[in-house]
Design a protein around this ligand. Sequence first.
Ligand code: WTA
Length: 636
Amino acid sequence: MPLQHPRIHTFDDYQDAWRRSAENPEQFWAGVAEPFTWRRKWTSVLKADLVGGHNEWFSGAKLNITENCLDRHLTTRGNKLALIWEPNDPKTRQIRYTYRELHQQVCMFANVLLNNGVEKGDRVCLYMPMIPQLAIAVLACARIGAVHSVVFAGFSATAIADRVNDAQASVVLTSDGLNRGPKQIPVKRVVDEALESCPSVRRVIVVEHLGWPVQMLEGRDVWYHDEARDVSKTCPAEEMDAEDMLFILYTSGSTGKPKGVVHTTAGYMVWADYTFRNVFQVRENDIYWCTADVGWVTGHTYLLYGPLLSGASTLMFEGIPTYPDAGRFWEVIDKHGVNVFYTAPTAIRSLMTTPLDNVLSYSLDSLRILGSVGEPINEEAWHWYHTHVGKGRCPVIDTWWQTETGGIMISALAGVSPIKPAHAGQPLPGVQPVLLDQEGRELEGNDVEGYLAIKAPWPGMIRTTYGDHERARQTYFGVYPGYYFTGDGARRDHDGLYRIIGRVDDVINVSGHRFGTAEIENALNENDYVVESAVVGYPHDVKGQGIYAFVICNKPVAEGEKARVEASIIETIVAQIGKIAKPDKIQIVSGLPKTRSGKIMRRILRKVAEGETSNLGDTTTLLDPGVVDEIIRGRK
Ligand code: WTA
């Protein structure tokens, strides 16, 4: 009988685990790691370095994460459902794979990769719809030790090219097209455009999904179904070092270029499993559904790796919450008997604006636990979710974490910890959050607010930014040396529960998607009309934050011309980044509020965007205070 993973059942268990993890992290994590399948055990549990950012977990160990996701479940859970796929169109057939079948599919895909020359350490870029082959392909990469870099299939050709080139990927996996609600999108065409500027790519493997005709470039492009025809259904797993790279995932920061966050094998595995198991408290026969796209970290850790490591049944949904109507989420929950449901506040807020009947006409009896992730959940949305979806009986947990943290850091454990609306709550075992003031001093006690930082390493933490460790060091470990800096502000209330306030850097969070203001400005500046721009976030009822762009054009724009110029600017953003980064408001201005040293005073622009124009603070240091009045008059 395989060793059992310990599970926290009571609040006393939680407090005890947290205390043990802080007092003796190495002993604690060695115990958590023990039940996994290791080819060889570690020689040291933790090598910590919160100054240089060189942290290692379980070094010396050998393993393959897919043996832990798949092979080790085959004896006890071979016939249990591993992956359930719900298509975009409810009339299309669903697909269900047991652990045994998923294992086979992953081995076959891995063999196709091997036959196409993919080797351990190669970077493979995946630009694919939410179809089972995406999950299978991710695991297939891990099976043979290739590094997966999934790029969300809503990004533009330019954005793909940037990421492929940064990672120097040699292979791209894609599909003919994708469904998004009523629309179909020709994915392969976007890839073709991207690859015109990606010399490192020598092979493209295309999965047929829509049955659309596509251009296949002789010598570069192959169909997955042709390649898979005669491959073996078994594939030995590559033996990986604990600290070998598992994946790269690009995310935005305060500088212009998105960075490739690197996670490695053993620490990420232990963290994904431990956090999934304890936060969601999933039971053996549960159906678990995380609505995130695999293109984001939530899809990596809580759609794929966490659930499969824990032997759960995970549901993958191709579609959107409003297709064919705004009851789709609830229809899917009833159809599959979903017990644990994990989604984003933006989805809840958008569904809240539709008639209540959309949710009330479903039973939702199967639900036991509800989760939220990606951005602060406001109290109104929290209560709507709790009352109308959870019928008042399901705990709603608000889970705070980041691409860089690999998994959940601060959250209630469902049914175990006390819950307070709009508060993430307490740190998971292994997590030591602190609040810092401007000077980097720790704020003691409760009822305090400051910069959220973490003062001890945890297994799932970022290891580096691909190809540029110095960037990771500066961004995460250099701001307050000795701490991992999150970029978020938070409050610790009188009960010691954390409430995340939002970003304190130049990152905006639009519908749970992160963008750097500099990244959007760089894209705006590519437009022929635009000579300079400044982007800020502002509160948005559904998206959390909206994008407000102030732009200076190369010549005065007449009133009648504005719509055309704005349309052109939007087109540029869509081409440079993708539809998800479309500004909500564009204001053409003749100047920007700058200090005498030339720095844009974003504080003022933020206030204008928020509509708080009566109290702009001190503007006397501005080079041209008059520009502010013009901006206020032209406010959208
Ligand atoms: C924000 C998503 C408040 C936060 C997993 C963080 C949240 C950024 C929450 C990371 C939450 C995530 N409450 N804010 N429960 N969860 N955030 O990398 O600002 O896409 O820094 O990871 O989202 O976004 P990322």
